[in-house]
Design a protein around this ligand. Structure first.
Ligand code: PLP
Length: 497
Protein backbone atom coordinates (compact mmCIF):
# COMPACT_ATOMS: atom_id res chain seq x y z
CA UNK A 1 0.00 0.00 0.00
CA UNK A 2 1.66 3.19 -1.12
CA UNK A 3 2.23 5.79 1.58
CA UNK A 4 -0.15 8.32 0.10
CA UNK A 5 -2.97 5.81 -0.19
CA UNK A 6 -2.41 4.63 3.39
CA UNK A 7 -2.36 8.19 4.70
CA UNK A 8 -5.61 9.14 2.99
CA UNK A 9 -7.42 5.97 4.06
CA UNK A 10 -6.08 6.23 7.62
CA UNK A 11 -7.34 9.80 7.96
CA UNK A 12 -10.72 8.72 6.70
CA UNK A 13 -10.87 5.81 9.10
CA UNK A 14 -9.84 7.86 12.07
CA UNK A 15 -12.71 10.21 11.23
CA UNK A 16 -15.00 7.21 11.00
CA UNK A 17 -13.81 5.89 14.35
CA UNK A 18 -14.25 9.29 16.03
CA UNK A 19 -17.81 9.57 14.67
CA UNK A 20 -18.53 6.00 15.71
CA UNK A 21 -17.33 6.53 19.26
CA UNK A 22 -19.36 9.71 19.63
CA UNK A 23 -22.49 8.09 18.26
CA UNK A 24 -22.48 4.42 19.25
CA UNK A 25 -25.99 5.18 20.56
CA UNK A 26 -27.22 5.27 17.00
CA UNK A 27 -26.64 1.53 16.57
CA UNK A 28 -28.66 -1.22 18.22
CA UNK A 29 -26.44 -2.38 21.05
CA UNK A 30 -27.15 -6.06 20.38
CA UNK A 31 -26.67 -7.08 16.74
CA UNK A 32 -30.13 -7.61 15.25
CA UNK A 33 -29.15 -10.48 13.01
CA UNK A 34 -29.57 -14.25 12.61
CA UNK A 35 -26.96 -17.02 12.56
CA UNK A 36 -25.35 -17.32 9.13
CA UNK A 37 -26.54 -13.90 7.91
CA UNK A 38 -23.06 -12.53 7.27
CA UNK A 39 -21.58 -15.72 5.90
CA UNK A 40 -24.28 -15.98 3.29
CA UNK A 41 -23.36 -12.55 1.97
CA UNK A 42 -19.65 -13.20 1.63
CA UNK A 43 -17.88 -15.19 -1.09
CA UNK A 44 -16.60 -18.63 -0.13
CA UNK A 45 -13.14 -17.89 -1.46
CA UNK A 46 -10.65 -15.09 -1.02
CA UNK A 47 -10.29 -12.84 -4.08
CA UNK A 48 -7.68 -13.73 -6.69
CA UNK A 49 -7.18 -10.13 -7.73
CA UNK A 50 -6.61 -7.01 -5.67
CA UNK A 51 -9.73 -5.13 -4.66
CA UNK A 52 -9.94 -1.36 -4.15
CA UNK A 53 -9.87 -0.21 -0.54
CA UNK A 54 -13.09 1.73 -1.10
CA UNK A 55 -14.93 -1.49 -1.86
CA UNK A 56 -13.54 -3.17 1.24
CA UNK A 57 -14.54 -0.25 3.46
CA UNK A 58 -17.99 -0.08 1.91
CA UNK A 59 -18.48 -3.80 2.62
CA UNK A 60 -17.33 -3.27 6.18
CA UNK A 61 -20.11 -0.74 6.72
CA UNK A 62 -22.76 -2.54 4.69
CA UNK A 63 -22.11 -6.16 5.65
CA UNK A 64 -19.94 -6.44 8.74
CA UNK A 65 -21.27 -3.62 10.91
CA UNK A 66 -24.87 -4.94 11.09
CA UNK A 67 -23.43 -8.12 12.60
CA UNK A 68 -21.56 -6.25 15.33
CA UNK A 69 -22.76 -6.21 18.92
CA UNK A 70 -21.53 -2.89 20.19
CA UNK A 71 -19.50 -3.41 23.34
CA UNK A 72 -18.66 0.28 23.08
CA UNK A 73 -22.34 1.19 23.33
CA UNK A 74 -23.18 3.20 26.48
CA UNK A 75 -26.20 0.92 27.09
CA UNK A 76 -24.13 -2.27 27.01
CA UNK A 77 -24.89 -3.75 30.44
CA UNK A 78 -24.32 -7.44 29.66
CA UNK A 79 -21.52 -9.70 30.97
CA UNK A 80 -18.95 -7.16 32.13
CA UNK A 81 -19.29 -3.86 30.31
CA UNK A 82 -15.96 -2.70 28.90
CA UNK A 83 -14.60 0.32 27.03
CA UNK A 84 -12.38 0.93 24.04
CA UNK A 85 -11.29 4.33 25.38
CA UNK A 86 -9.74 6.98 23.13
CA UNK A 87 -6.25 6.76 24.64
CA UNK A 88 -6.43 2.97 24.66
CA UNK A 89 -7.37 2.86 20.98
CA UNK A 90 -4.50 5.19 20.12
CA UNK A 91 -2.05 3.00 22.02
CA UNK A 92 -3.43 -0.02 20.18
CA UNK A 93 -3.00 1.78 16.86
CA UNK A 94 0.67 2.42 17.54
CA UNK A 95 1.20 -1.11 18.71
CA UNK A 96 -0.34 -2.43 15.48
CA UNK A 97 1.85 -0.09 13.47
CA UNK A 98 5.07 -1.09 15.22
CA UNK A 99 4.12 -4.77 14.99
CA UNK A 100 6.93 -5.87 17.28
CA UNK A 101 7.27 -9.17 19.04
CA UNK A 102 7.95 -8.84 22.76
CA UNK A 103 9.23 -12.38 23.24
CA UNK A 104 12.79 -11.38 24.20
CA UNK A 105 14.15 -8.16 25.65
CA UNK A 106 16.30 -7.91 22.55
CA UNK A 107 13.44 -8.32 20.07
CA UNK A 108 11.99 -5.08 21.44
CA UNK A 109 13.62 -3.66 24.57
CA UNK A 110 11.01 -0.92 24.93
CA UNK A 111 8.13 -3.39 24.89
CA UNK A 112 9.70 -5.42 27.68
CA UNK A 113 10.63 -2.44 29.83
CA UNK A 114 7.33 -0.62 29.34
CA UNK A 115 5.56 -3.84 30.34
CA UNK A 116 7.58 -3.89 33.56
CA UNK A 117 6.82 -0.25 34.22
CA UNK A 118 3.04 -0.29 33.61
CA UNK A 119 2.63 -3.48 35.62
CA UNK A 120 4.59 -1.94 38.48
CA UNK A 121 2.41 1.17 38.29
CA UNK A 122 -0.76 -0.88 38.35
CA UNK A 123 0.51 -3.06 41.20
CA UNK A 124 1.32 0.01 43.25
CA UNK A 125 -2.08 1.59 42.48
CA UNK A 126 -3.81 -1.57 43.68
CA UNK A 127 -1.76 -1.67 46.87
CA UNK A 128 -0.19 -5.03 46.05
CA UNK A 129 3.28 -5.88 47.37
CA UNK A 130 6.50 -5.08 45.55
CA UNK A 131 7.49 -8.76 45.34
CA UNK A 132 4.68 -9.33 42.85
CA UNK A 133 6.28 -9.91 39.47
CA UNK A 134 4.02 -8.95 36.56
CA UNK A 135 3.46 -10.37 33.08
CA UNK A 136 0.88 -9.28 30.54
CA UNK A 137 -1.28 -12.09 29.22
CA UNK A 138 -4.13 -12.02 26.73
CA UNK A 139 -6.89 -13.14 29.09
CA UNK A 140 -7.58 -14.10 32.69
CA UNK A 141 -8.22 -17.63 31.47
CA UNK A 142 -4.60 -17.92 30.36
CA UNK A 143 -3.31 -16.10 33.46
CA UNK A 144 -5.09 -18.59 35.72
CA UNK A 145 -3.87 -21.50 33.61
CA UNK A 146 -0.30 -20.29 34.08
CA UNK A 147 -0.92 -19.77 37.80
CA UNK A 148 -2.09 -23.34 38.25
CA UNK A 149 0.81 -24.62 36.13
CA UNK A 150 3.18 -22.75 38.46
CA UNK A 151 1.37 -24.15 41.51
CA UNK A 152 1.97 -27.61 40.10
CA UNK A 153 5.61 -26.79 39.42
CA UNK A 154 5.90 -25.81 43.08
CA UNK A 155 5.85 -29.56 43.78
CA UNK A 156 9.24 -30.30 42.15
CA UNK A 157 9.51 -33.73 43.79
CA UNK A 158 6.74 -34.93 41.48
CA UNK A 159 8.80 -34.06 38.40
CA UNK A 160 5.69 -33.39 36.34
CA UNK A 161 7.49 -31.08 33.94
CA UNK A 162 9.76 -33.97 32.93
CA UNK A 163 7.58 -37.00 33.33
CA UNK A 164 4.02 -35.72 32.99
CA UNK A 165 1.12 -37.13 34.98
CA UNK A 166 -0.10 -40.06 32.93
CA UNK A 167 0.72 -43.65 33.79
CA UNK A 168 2.62 -42.90 36.99
CA UNK A 169 1.33 -44.92 39.90
CA UNK A 170 3.70 -43.15 42.30
CA UNK A 171 2.15 -39.71 41.74
CA UNK A 172 -0.76 -38.87 44.05
CA UNK A 173 -3.85 -37.32 42.49
CA UNK A 174 -3.58 -33.55 42.80
CA UNK A 175 -6.48 -31.52 44.11
CA UNK A 176 -7.36 -27.93 43.32
CA UNK A 177 -10.10 -25.93 45.08
CA UNK A 178 -12.36 -23.09 44.06
CA UNK A 179 -15.86 -22.04 45.04
CA UNK A 180 -18.86 -23.27 43.10
CA UNK A 181 -19.17 -19.66 41.86
CA UNK A 182 -15.63 -19.59 40.40
CA UNK A 183 -15.15 -18.88 36.72
CA UNK A 184 -15.23 -21.74 34.20
CA UNK A 185 -11.67 -20.87 33.17
CA UNK A 186 -10.51 -22.74 36.31
CA UNK A 187 -12.26 -25.89 35.08
CA UNK A 188 -10.65 -25.36 31.68
CA UNK A 189 -7.22 -25.02 33.23
CA UNK A 190 -7.75 -28.34 35.06
CA UNK A 191 -8.67 -29.95 31.74
CA UNK A 192 -5.80 -28.39 29.82
CA UNK A 193 -3.14 -29.18 32.41
CA UNK A 194 -4.02 -32.85 32.36
CA UNK A 195 -5.29 -32.72 35.94
CA UNK A 196 -8.82 -33.52 34.87
CA UNK A 197 -12.10 -32.03 36.05
CA UNK A 198 -12.19 -34.40 39.02
CA UNK A 199 -9.10 -32.67 40.35
CA UNK A 200 -11.12 -29.48 40.84
CA UNK A 201 -13.20 -29.62 43.98
CA UNK A 202 -15.96 -27.02 44.12
CA UNK A 203 -16.46 -25.59 47.57
CA UNK A 204 -19.94 -24.47 48.70
CA UNK A 205 -20.66 -20.77 49.19
CA UNK A 206 -22.47 -18.86 51.93
CA UNK A 207 -25.75 -16.96 51.56
CA UNK A 208 -23.87 -14.14 49.82
CA UNK A 209 -22.17 -16.46 47.28
CA UNK A 210 -18.74 -16.34 48.96
CA UNK A 211 -16.53 -19.38 49.41
CA UNK A 212 -16.92 -20.91 52.88
CA UNK A 213 -13.49 -21.33 54.50
CA UNK A 214 -14.89 -23.92 56.96
CA UNK A 215 -16.09 -26.04 54.04
CA UNK A 216 -12.73 -25.57 52.31
CA UNK A 217 -10.86 -26.78 55.35
CA UNK A 218 -13.13 -29.79 55.75
CA UNK A 219 -12.60 -30.66 52.06
CA UNK A 220 -8.81 -30.40 52.31
CA UNK A 221 -8.79 -32.61 55.42
CA UNK A 222 -11.07 -35.16 53.84
CA UNK A 223 -9.00 -35.26 50.64
CA UNK A 224 -5.77 -35.73 52.54
CA UNK A 225 -7.21 -38.67 54.40
CA UNK A 226 -8.39 -40.16 51.11
CA UNK A 227 -4.94 -39.93 49.51
CA UNK A 228 -5.33 -36.83 47.35
CA UNK A 229 -2.58 -34.21 47.34
CA UNK A 230 -4.15 -30.77 47.80
CA UNK A 231 -1.92 -28.21 46.05
CA UNK A 232 -3.80 -25.04 45.09
CA UNK A 233 -6.76 -22.85 46.02
CA UNK A 234 -8.31 -20.31 43.66
CA UNK A 235 -10.11 -17.52 45.48
CA UNK A 236 -12.31 -15.16 43.49
CA UNK A 237 -12.55 -11.44 44.10
CA UNK A 238 -15.64 -10.53 42.12
CA UNK A 239 -17.30 -13.72 40.89
CA UNK A 240 -18.67 -13.64 37.39
CA UNK A 241 -22.32 -14.08 38.31
CA UNK A 242 -22.69 -11.74 41.28
CA UNK A 243 -19.25 -10.12 41.94
CA UNK A 244 -19.21 -11.75 45.37
CA UNK A 245 -15.85 -11.49 47.09
CA UNK A 246 -14.36 -14.60 48.70
CA UNK A 247 -12.90 -14.09 52.21
CA UNK A 248 -9.29 -14.03 51.04
CA UNK A 249 -7.69 -13.36 54.48
CA UNK A 250 -9.21 -16.55 55.93
CA UNK A 251 -8.37 -18.50 52.76
CA UNK A 252 -4.77 -17.22 52.88
CA UNK A 253 -4.48 -18.43 56.50
CA UNK A 254 -5.70 -21.82 55.45
CA UNK A 255 -3.30 -21.98 52.49
CA UNK A 256 -0.41 -21.07 54.78
CA UNK A 257 -1.42 -23.77 57.25
CA UNK A 258 -1.69 -26.49 54.63
CA UNK A 259 1.11 -25.32 52.31
CA UNK A 260 -1.19 -24.64 49.34
CA UNK A 261 -0.60 -22.23 46.49
CA UNK A 262 -3.10 -19.35 46.63
CA UNK A 263 -4.21 -17.92 43.31
CA UNK A 264 -6.61 -14.97 43.34
CA UNK A 265 -8.87 -14.42 40.35
CA UNK A 266 -9.76 -10.73 40.51
CA UNK A 267 -10.28 -10.47 36.74
CA UNK A 268 -13.19 -8.08 37.02
CA UNK A 269 -13.31 -6.63 40.51
CA UNK A 270 -9.61 -6.14 41.20
CA UNK A 271 -9.46 -2.62 39.81
CA UNK A 272 -12.13 -1.47 42.29
CA UNK A 273 -9.23 -1.30 44.77
CA UNK A 274 -8.04 1.83 42.98
CA UNK A 275 -10.91 3.62 44.70
CA UNK A 276 -9.73 4.30 48.26
CA UNK A 277 -13.05 3.38 49.89
CA UNK A 278 -13.05 0.07 48.00
CA UNK A 279 -9.44 -0.88 48.69
CA UNK A 280 -10.78 -3.54 51.07
CA UNK A 281 -11.89 -5.73 48.13
CA UNK A 282 -8.25 -6.84 47.87
CA UNK A 283 -7.76 -7.50 51.58
CA UNK A 284 -5.55 -10.55 51.98
CA UNK A 285 -4.49 -10.59 48.32
CA UNK A 286 -1.04 -9.35 49.32
CA UNK A 287 -0.53 -12.89 50.62
CA UNK A 288 -1.40 -14.61 47.35
CA UNK A 289 1.16 -16.59 45.37
CA UNK A 290 -0.42 -15.35 42.16
CA UNK A 291 -3.07 -12.84 41.20
CA UNK A 292 -4.86 -11.79 38.04
CA UNK A 293 -6.74 -8.61 37.16
CA UNK A 294 -7.99 -7.59 33.72
CA UNK A 295 -7.53 -3.95 32.70
CA UNK A 296 -9.53 -4.91 29.61
CA UNK A 297 -12.51 -5.49 31.84
CA UNK A 298 -12.72 -2.57 34.13
CA UNK A 299 -9.91 -0.18 33.36
CA UNK A 300 -10.96 1.21 30.00
CA UNK A 301 -8.21 -0.63 28.13
CA UNK A 302 -9.16 -2.14 24.76
CA UNK A 303 -9.41 -5.91 24.66
CA UNK A 304 -7.12 -7.80 25.28
CA UNK A 305 -5.00 -7.12 28.37
CA UNK A 306 -4.78 -9.32 31.43
CA UNK A 307 -2.30 -8.40 34.19
CA UNK A 308 -0.87 -11.49 35.82
CA UNK A 309 1.21 -11.21 38.99
CA UNK A 310 3.25 -13.91 40.63
CA UNK A 311 5.10 -13.79 43.91
CA UNK A 312 7.29 -16.71 42.86
CA UNK A 313 8.58 -15.84 39.39
CA UNK A 314 11.29 -18.49 39.65
CA UNK A 315 8.64 -21.16 39.95
CA UNK A 316 6.64 -19.68 37.08
CA UNK A 317 9.80 -19.62 35.02
CA UNK A 318 10.59 -23.20 35.99
CA UNK A 319 7.18 -24.18 34.66
CA UNK A 320 7.59 -22.52 31.26
CA UNK A 321 11.15 -21.58 30.41
CA UNK A 322 12.65 -23.45 27.50
CA UNK A 323 15.37 -21.73 25.53
CA UNK A 324 16.37 -23.30 22.24
CA UNK A 325 19.68 -22.17 20.75
CA UNK A 326 18.08 -19.81 18.23
CA UNK A 327 16.49 -17.80 21.05
CA UNK A 328 19.65 -17.27 23.10
CA UNK A 329 20.91 -13.71 23.41
CA UNK A 330 24.02 -12.26 25.06
CA UNK A 331 21.84 -10.15 27.39
CA UNK A 332 20.13 -13.24 28.81
CA UNK A 333 21.19 -13.11 32.43
CA UNK A 334 20.62 -9.35 32.72
CA UNK A 335 17.52 -8.65 30.70
CA UNK A 336 14.06 -10.13 31.20
CA UNK A 337 12.75 -12.33 28.44
CA UNK A 338 9.00 -12.51 28.89
CA UNK A 339 8.70 -15.61 26.73
CA UNK A 340 10.02 -17.52 29.78
CA UNK A 341 6.92 -16.85 31.85
CA UNK A 342 4.05 -18.26 29.86
CA UNK A 343 2.88 -20.49 27.05
CA UNK A 344 3.34 -18.33 24.01
CA UNK A 345 6.58 -17.33 22.41
CA UNK A 346 5.37 -14.36 20.37
CA UNK A 347 3.84 -11.58 22.44
CA UNK A 348 2.06 -8.38 21.46
CA UNK A 349 3.19 -4.94 22.65
CA UNK A 350 0.16 -4.59 24.91
CA UNK A 351 1.85 -2.37 27.49
CA UNK A 352 1.57 0.63 25.20
CA UNK A 353 -2.20 0.93 25.43
CA UNK A 354 -2.30 0.63 29.23
CA UNK A 355 0.49 3.20 29.46
CA UNK A 356 -1.66 5.58 27.40
CA UNK A 357 -4.74 4.89 29.53
CA UNK A 358 -2.96 5.32 32.88
CA UNK A 359 -1.30 8.54 31.81
CA UNK A 360 -4.26 10.06 29.99
CA UNK A 361 -6.77 9.61 32.82
CA UNK A 362 -4.33 9.64 35.71
CA UNK A 363 -5.10 7.84 38.92
CA UNK A 364 -7.62 10.49 39.92
CA UNK A 365 -9.47 10.31 36.62
CA UNK A 366 -9.76 6.54 36.81
CA UNK A 367 -10.94 6.63 40.42
CA UNK A 368 -13.65 9.19 39.65
CA UNK A 369 -15.06 7.08 36.85
CA UNK A 370 -14.95 3.81 38.73
CA UNK A 371 -16.61 5.49 41.69
CA UNK A 372 -19.36 6.86 39.47
CA UNK A 373 -20.08 3.41 38.02
CA UNK A 374 -20.33 1.90 41.49
CA UNK A 375 -22.67 4.70 42.55
CA UNK A 376 -24.98 4.01 39.58
CA UNK A 377 -24.88 0.29 40.36
CA UNK A 378 -25.94 1.03 43.95
CA UNK A 379 -28.67 3.34 42.74
CA UNK A 380 -30.01 0.72 40.33
CA UNK A 381 -30.01 -1.85 43.14
CA UNK A 382 -32.00 0.59 45.28
CA UNK A 383 -34.59 1.04 42.49
CA UNK A 384 -35.02 -2.72 42.28
CA UNK A 385 -35.36 -3.01 46.05
CA UNK A 386 -37.97 -0.27 46.18
CA UNK A 387 -40.13 -1.73 43.38
CA UNK A 388 -42.82 -4.17 44.47
CA UNK A 389 -42.76 -6.08 41.17
CA UNK A 390 -39.01 -6.74 41.19
CA UNK A 391 -36.60 -8.39 43.59
CA UNK A 392 -32.86 -8.56 44.02
CA UNK A 393 -31.28 -12.00 44.02
CA UNK A 394 -27.79 -11.23 45.33
CA UNK A 395 -25.91 -8.51 47.18
CA UNK A 396 -24.45 -5.89 44.83
CA UNK A 397 -21.05 -4.98 46.29
CA UNK A 398 -19.93 -3.10 43.14
CA UNK A 399 -21.62 -2.11 39.90
CA UNK A 400 -23.28 -5.40 38.93
CA UNK A 401 -26.87 -6.01 39.99
CA UNK A 402 -28.59 -9.43 39.96
CA UNK A 403 -32.38 -9.28 40.04
CA UNK A 404 -35.60 -10.46 38.48
CA UNK A 405 -39.13 -9.38 37.81
CA UNK A 406 -41.46 -10.92 40.38
CA UNK A 407 -44.89 -9.31 40.30
CA UNK A 408 -46.19 -8.57 43.79
CA UNK A 409 -49.30 -10.71 43.47
CA UNK A 410 -47.10 -13.70 42.67
CA UNK A 411 -44.76 -12.98 45.56
CA UNK A 412 -47.73 -13.10 47.92
CA UNK A 413 -48.97 -16.29 46.32
CA UNK A 414 -45.47 -17.83 46.54
CA UNK A 415 -45.32 -17.16 50.25
CA UNK A 416 -48.61 -19.01 50.87
CA UNK A 417 -48.44 -21.78 48.26
CA UNK A 418 -47.76 -25.48 48.73
CA UNK A 419 -44.53 -26.85 47.21
CA UNK A 420 -46.00 -28.08 43.87
CA UNK A 421 -47.58 -24.69 43.29
CA UNK A 422 -44.40 -22.89 44.30
CA UNK A 423 -42.60 -24.86 41.63
CA UNK A 424 -45.14 -23.84 39.02
CA UNK A 425 -44.85 -20.19 40.02
CA UNK A 426 -41.04 -20.34 39.98
CA UNK A 427 -41.14 -21.89 36.56
CA UNK A 428 -43.49 -19.12 35.37
CA UNK A 429 -41.09 -16.51 36.79
CA UNK A 430 -38.17 -18.14 34.96
CA UNK A 431 -40.05 -17.94 31.69
CA UNK A 432 -41.24 -14.41 32.38
CA UNK A 433 -37.69 -13.20 33.04
CA UNK A 434 -36.23 -15.01 30.09
CA UNK A 435 -38.84 -13.36 27.87
CA UNK A 436 -38.16 -10.03 29.55
CA UNK A 437 -34.45 -10.30 28.78
CA UNK A 438 -35.17 -11.13 25.13
CA UNK A 439 -37.68 -8.30 24.83
CA UNK A 440 -35.42 -5.63 26.31
CA UNK A 441 -32.43 -6.78 24.26
CA UNK A 442 -34.55 -6.85 21.08
CA UNK A 443 -35.22 -3.12 21.45
CA UNK A 444 -31.55 -2.50 20.67
CA UNK A 445 -31.59 0.20 23.33
CA UNK A 446 -30.06 -1.78 26.19
CA UNK A 447 -28.31 -5.10 26.46
CA UNK A 448 -28.33 -7.19 29.62
CA UNK A 449 -27.29 -10.79 30.22
CA UNK A 450 -28.35 -13.42 32.72
CA UNK A 451 -27.17 -16.07 35.13
CA UNK A 452 -28.81 -18.69 37.37
CA UNK A 453 -28.75 -18.18 41.11
CA UNK A 454 -30.28 -20.78 43.47
CA UNK A 455 -31.87 -22.23 40.37
CA UNK A 456 -33.61 -19.00 39.44
CA UNK A 457 -33.27 -17.30 36.09
CA UNK A 458 -31.52 -14.08 37.08
CA UNK A 459 -31.12 -10.85 35.14
CA UNK A 460 -27.78 -9.17 35.43
CA UNK A 461 -26.99 -5.50 34.81
CA UNK A 462 -23.30 -4.54 34.73
CA UNK A 463 -22.23 -0.91 34.54
CA UNK A 464 -18.69 -0.24 33.32
CA UNK A 465 -18.60 1.58 30.01
CA UNK A 466 -16.98 5.02 30.04
CA UNK A 467 -19.63 6.51 27.79
CA UNK A 468 -22.55 5.39 29.94
CA UNK A 469 -24.47 8.29 31.45
CA UNK A 470 -27.23 8.38 34.07
CA UNK A 471 -29.98 8.55 31.39
CA UNK A 472 -28.73 5.28 29.87
CA UNK A 473 -29.14 3.52 33.21
CA UNK A 474 -32.55 5.15 33.76
CA UNK A 475 -33.70 4.11 30.32
CA UNK A 476 -32.68 0.50 30.90
CA UNK A 477 -34.71 0.51 34.12
CA UNK A 478 -37.71 2.06 32.34
CA UNK A 479 -37.52 -0.57 29.59
CA UNK A 480 -37.36 -3.36 32.15
CA UNK A 481 -40.43 -2.09 34.01
CA UNK A 482 -42.43 -1.48 30.86
CA UNK A 483 -41.73 -4.89 29.31
CA UNK A 484 -42.12 -6.78 32.57
CA UNK A 485 -45.59 -5.33 33.08
CA UNK A 486 -46.61 -6.03 29.50
CA UNK A 487 -45.28 -9.60 29.41
CA UNK A 488 -46.79 -10.49 32.77
CA UNK A 489 -50.10 -9.10 31.63
CA UNK A 490 -49.99 -11.18 28.45
CA UNK A 491 -48.75 -14.39 30.02
CA UNK A 492 -49.91 -14.82 33.55
CA UNK A 493 -52.43 -17.69 33.91
CA UNK A 494 -55.92 -16.48 34.80
CA UNK A 495 -55.88 -18.51 38.03
CA UNK A 496 -53.05 -16.35 39.35
CA UNK A 497 -54.56 -12.98 38.64
C1 PLP B 1 -14.25 -12.59 32.97
C2 PLP B 1 -13.66 -13.45 33.99
C3 PLP B 1 -12.70 -14.40 33.65
C4 PLP B 1 -12.29 -14.68 32.23
O1 PLP B 1 -11.69 -13.60 31.66
P1 PLP B 1 -10.98 -13.70 30.23
O2 PLP B 1 -9.98 -12.62 30.27
O3 PLP B 1 -12.06 -13.50 29.24
O4 PLP B 1 -10.38 -15.06 30.13
C5 PLP B 1 -12.12 -15.12 34.67
N1 PLP B 1 -12.49 -14.94 35.94
C6 PLP B 1 -13.41 -14.05 36.30
C7 PLP B 1 -13.77 -13.89 37.76
C8 PLP B 1 -14.04 -13.28 35.34
O5 PLP B 1 -14.98 -12.40 35.70
Amino acid sequence: MPGAEFRAAAHRLVDWVADYLENTDRYPVLAQTAPGALRRQLPAQAPDDPEPLDTILADFERLVLPGVTHWNHPAFFAYFAITGSGPGILGELLSAALNVNAMLWKTCPAATELEEVVLDWLREMLGLPEEFFGVVMDTASVSSLCAIAAAREALPELSIREQGLAGRAEVPRLRLYASEQAHSSIDKAAITLGLGLESLRKIPVDADFRLRPDALEAAVEEDRRAGWEPFCVVATVGTTSTTSIDPVPAIADLCARYGLWLHVDAAYAGTAALVPEYRHVLAGCERADSFVVNPHKRLFTPFDFSAFYCRRPKTLRAAFSLVPEYLRTPEDPKARNYMDYGIQLGRRFRALKLWFVLRYFGRRGLVERLRQHIAWGQEFAAWVDAHSDFERLAPAPLSVVCFRARPRALAERLARAEIPDQKRIESYLDQLNEALLEAVNATGRAYLSHTRLRDRFTLRLAIGNLRTTAPHVERAWALLQEHAARLDNERRPAAWR
